[in-house]
Design a protein around this ligand. Structure first.
Ligand SMILES: [Zn+2]
Length: 473
C-alpha cells in the first residue's frame, strides 16, 4: 500500500521531470525513480522486514479507525542540485535543534534523503520519501526567483526619486486569532481586568489594517487573511468535518505521546492506547473546537497564502501571560521565523516533508531572519522596548536577539515566501494594558472605519521603518 502510493508519486514526478526535459533513472529492480540512487547500493539493504514501530503504529491507527497517512506531495521541492552541503548544514541546529528530523535523514557528501522512519542502513529501500543531491560548488541557488524580486525592490527603495518604492511587491498580512467575544473565550487570547478588556484578535486586526495602509501607500500590493473580527475559515465550527485534523492529531503523536505505547507487546497495545488520556481527548467537544481553531482556521489562512503566492508573509500577534491578571516584568518584542522543529513534533510524514523543505531552502530562511531582524529593530526603537534575548523562548530557539525559530502552523506550512511572525509587545503588561484599553483614534481601511488605541501607531511606525530600512541596506 505504502509502496504503491510511493510509486504513484514517483511516476508523477518522472512524468513531470520528463516534461521539463530532465534526465531521470528508472530502477528496474524496484520499479521506481530513485532521486538519490547512491543511497541504494544493494549491500546497504540486507534487511527486508519492516520497521516494527511503524508496524505497531499502523495497528493502532487501524484500531482507531484512522487511515494510513498518505504520501506527502513533493511537487514544490528542488528537483536538481540547488543547495551545497555546507549551506544545508549551516542552520541545521536552529531548524532541527534536537536532531529529531535528522533521525529520518541520510546525509552524505552526495546529498540528503528523507525516509518514512528513523534512517538506518537496515531500513528497506521502499521507505524513501524524497532525496536530492547537493550542489557541489558554492553558491547555493535555491529561492533564486524570490531573492531576485526582493533585490529589485531594494533598488527601488534606494532610488530617492521613486514615489512607489514597494511597487511590484506582494505582501500578505495575517492578523492572528479571531477577536470576537465567543472566540476570545475559546482561544483565551484576551485580558480582562474589572470592566476593561483587551482582545488580542482585535489588536492584531487593527495593526494589520494600519500596516496594510502603510505598505499600500508605498506601492505594495497587500492581501489580508481577514478584514474584520471572526474566523478566516468559512466552515461552521459546529458541523465541519474534523477528520483531517483528527487524523493529523494521531499522525503527529508518533514521536510524542504515542511513542512509549509502541514498545508494548501486540497483545496489550490496542487497549492501552484506547485508554490513553491523549487518545480519549481527541473525541471531546473541547478538542473539536481546538481542531477548528488550530486546524481548520489556520489551514484556511495557509490556503490563502497558497492562492495569493505573496513574496512576504507577515503574521501579527501580541503576547500575554494570563487572561485575568496584569504583570510588570515581561514586555519585549520578538519575531518568529520557520524552524525550531522539536523532536516530539516529527511524527507525521506530511509535517516532516514541510520541515524538510525548510531545511533545503537555506537562502529563504536566511532572508526571513534578516527581514525579521530589521523589522523588530524598527519596532524596538519606535516602542522603546527591548528585544527578547533568552537562548530559548517557549519552544523556540534564538537565531539572534529578538529573532527565534519556532515551529508554528502557518510558518511551517509556508514554503514559498519569506515569513516573519511578529509578537509586537505584551498587552498584559500594566502600562501597555492601560494604553491599549482605550480606542482613542479612528482609522480607515478601504472605506471601512474603525477605532483603535493610539499606541498601535508606534507599532506600525516601527514595522514600516524597519521594513524600509531592510531594503535600504
Ligand atoms: Zn497570538
Amino acid at each position: 500500500m505504502i509502496l504503491r502510493s510511493f510509486t504513484f508519486y514517483l511516476l508523477t514526478l518522472s512524468t513531470f521531470l520528463s516534461s521539463l526535459g530532465f534526465a531521470y533513472e528508472m530502477d528496474d529492480q524496484v520499479g521506481y525513480v530513485n532521486p538519490r540512487k547512491s543511497h541504494f547500493q544493494t549491500e546497504r539493504f540486507q534487511f527486508n522486514g519492516t520497521s516494527d514501530r511503524l508496524r505497531k503504529f499502523s495497528l493502532v491507527l487501524k484500531d482507531l479507525g484512522v487511515p494510513p497517512e498518505s504520501s506527502p506531495n513533493f511537487s514544490g521541492f528542488p528537483l536538481s542540485q540547488e543547495v551545497t552541503r555546507p549551506d544545508f548544514e549551516a542552520n541545521l541546529n536552529i531548524l532541527d535543534p534536537d536532531a529529531g528530523l535528522r533521525r529520518y535523514l541520510s546525509v552524505d557528501d552526495q546529498g540528503v534523503s528523507l525516509f518514512q522512519d528513523f534512517f538506518s542502513h537496515l531500513l528497506p529501500e521502499g521507505f524513501l520519501e524524497y532525496g536530492v543531491d547537493f550542489l557541489k560548488s558554492a553558491p547555493s541557488t535555491n529561492t533564486e526567483a524570490l531573492l531576485a524580486k526582493l533585490n529589485q525592490i531594494s533598488k527601488q527603495v534606494k532610488n530617492p526619486a521613486e514615489t512607489q518604492p514597494l511597487a511590484g511587491l506582494k505582501i500578505l498580512i495575517d492578523p492572528g486569532h479571531m477577536g470576537t467575544p465567543d472566540w476570545d473565550t475559546d482561544t483565551g487570547k484576551y485580558v480582562r481586568i474589572q470592566n476593561q478588556k483587551v482582545s488580542e484578535g482585535q489588536l492584531n486586526l487593527w495593526t494589520a489594517l494600519l500596516t496594510a495602509n502603510a505598505f499600500e501607500s508605498l506601492g505594495a500590493t497587500v492581501y489580508l487573511t481577514r478584514t474584520e473580527d471572526g474566523a478566516v475559515s468559512p466552515l461552521d465550527p459546529a458541523t465541519f468535518d474534523t477528520s483531517p485534523f483528527f487524523n493529523q492529531y494521531f499522525y503527529n503523536s508518533l514521536d510524542a505521546w504515542m511513542s512509549p505505547y509502541l514498545s508494548l507487546p501486540d497483545s496489550s497495545i490496542l487497549g492501552a492506547v484506547r485508554n490513553a488520556p491523549e487518545a480519549k481527548k481527541a473525541y471531546t467537544p473541547n478538542q473539536r473546537t481546538q481542531f477548528f481553531i488550530t486546524g481548520a482556521d489556520l489551514e484556511a489562512r495557509s490556503q490563502l497564502i497558497d492562492q495569493v503566492q505573496p513574496d512576504i508573509v507577515i503574521d501579527i500577534h501580541y503576547d500575554a501571560n494570563q487572561s485575568d491578571q496584569l504583570q510588570n516584568q515581561d514586555n519585549s518584542i520578538e519575531a518568529f521565523v520557520p524552524g525550531g522543529f522539536r523532536k516530539e513534533e516529527t511524527g507525521s510524514r506530511y509535517v516532516r516533508s514541510l520541515m524538510f523543505n525548510h531545511l533545503l531552502e537555506t537562502r529563504r530562511f536566511n532572508a526571513s531572519v534578516d527581514l525579521a531582524a530589521d523589522m523588530i529593530q524598527g519596532m524596538s526603537q519606535s516602542l522603546n522596548l527591548k528585544l527578547q534575548n533568552t537562548a530559548e523562548f517557549l519552544t523556540s530557539i534564538r537565531v539572534q536577539d529578538g529573532v527565534y525559530a519556532r515551529n508554528l502552523y502557518i510558518s511551517r506550512r509556508n514554503t514559498t515566501s519569506l515569513m516573519v511572525y511578529l509578537e509586537c509587545l505584551h498587552y498584559d503588561h500594566a502600562s501597555e494594558f492601560s494604553r491599549l484599553a482605550k480606542n482613542d483614534l479612528m482609522g480607515n481601511y478601504h472605506g471601512k472605519s474603525f477605532a483603535y488605541p493610539s499606541r498601535l501607531q508606534a507599532v506600525v511606525d516601527g514595522i514600516r521603518t524597519g521594513f524600509l530600512h531592510h531594503f535600504q541596506k
